[in-house]
Design a binder for this molecule. Structure first.
Ligand SMILES: NC(=O)c1ccc[n+]([C@@H]2O[C@H](COP(=O)([O-])OP(=O)(O)OC[C@H]3O[C@@H](n4cnc5c(N)ncnc54)[C@H](OP(=O)(O)O)[C@@H]3O)[C@@H](O)[C@H]2O)c1
Length: 271
């Protein structure tokens, strides 16, 4: 346990956040956060609520969003909430109509997501493992960003993709559904980014390591593994809003990438 604390301090230094720059960047701006009802999205909403912005928060859990709205209304930001399952076309359309009716949009933080940790042979007859992850981790953000591009072009806006280091590593067993869907959006976003940039829209990707949120709770193996805190991830994402950096990844990723190539090549060579 003590070792974990030391490792976490080394691996996940609390990211520096220049609050004045953040406040200047966000003042009077409209910021959409998908998946704002829990984990990283929730922490980000509360952090940005300290600035003079207008937040649009979307997720399925209406009650949780209402509770957050009541708290945020006592802070600096204005807030709009919308409950929608972004995998369901009609609900996504209704949400997008709502955003278009608001009329302006400066930032989109594409954060809503679902992970599944399951061996392939336990997914037999469970097509939903693959269709559901693709629906929320790939098709929903593609449709959302595509619909909002005209508003973002008008404002010279910025899209931040909340991704995972797994998209940059050799794929790991038991994570096929999650990794394939997150990698699909990562590839789509990297391909779209130059076109967004040439239309005055900034594009950033945050490649997060393991973050301690409700998403990882069902995976027993992760309870003892060093992880970043959700509020640290929120600070990181916030700093991207003013720095406009194209990517963020942990400093220790390259040796891990090298090790993952080596360790995964061995079983692959035996086939
Ligand atoms: N935790 C990690 O270790 C980790 C690491 C790297 C990257 N990430 C990425 O970080 C992002 C946030 O994850 P988290 O760890 O904060 O997980 P989390 O606590 O489970 O939060 C996920 C959020 O997405 C929303 N969401 C899920 N399915 C949805 C749907 N169908 N429609 C609308 N909203 C939906 C959830 O809200 P409702 O349930 O209310 O709908 C919730 O607000 C994800 O994209 C994830 O891939 C996480």
């Amino acid at each position: 346990m003590k070792n974990n604390v030391i490792l976490e301090k080394l691996m996940f230094k609390t990211p520096r956040l220049h609050f004045i720059k953040l406040q200047q960047e966000c003042a009077g701006k409209t910021i959409l956060i998908t998946g704002a009802s829990s984990g990283i999205g929730e922490q980000l909403a509360y952090l940005l609520a300290e600035t003079d912005c207008r937040l649009i928060l979307v997720a399925r859990r209406a009650e949780k969003l209402s509770m957050m709205k009541a708290e945020i209304e006592a802070m600096a930001a204005k807030v709009e909430i919308f409950s929608a399952d972004l995998r369901v076309d009609l609900e996504l359309d209704a949400f997008l109509d709502f955003v278009h009716r608001l009329g302006t949009l400066d930032f989109v933080v594409s954060n809503a997501g679902k992970s599944i940790h399951r061996p392939i042979f336990h997914s037999l007859g469970r097509d939903q493992d693959f269709t559901r992850t693709m629906a929320i981790n790939y098709f929903a953000p593609v449709r959302l960003v595509m619909s909002l591009l005209p508003l973002l072009k008008q404002s010279g806006g910025h899209v931040v993709n909340v991704s995972t280091i797994n998209a940059l590593m050799t794929p790991m067993p038991h994570w096929a559904a999650y990794q394939a869907s997150k990698s699909a959006f990562d590839a789509w976003f990297r391909s779209a980014a130059p076109e967004l940039n040439s239309n005055g829209i900034a594009a950033s990707t945050v490649y997060l390591p393991l973050v301690r949120t409700p998403m990882i709770e069902p995976t027993a193996a992760y309870r003892k593994v060093p992880a970043m805190e959700a509020r640290q991830a929120a600070r990181l994402i916030s700093s991207m809003l003013y720095s406009k950096k194209r990517t963020w990844r942990p400093w220790w990723l390259w040796p891990v990438q090298a090790a993952s190539i080596f360790t995964h090549q061995l079983p692959e060579r035996r086939n």
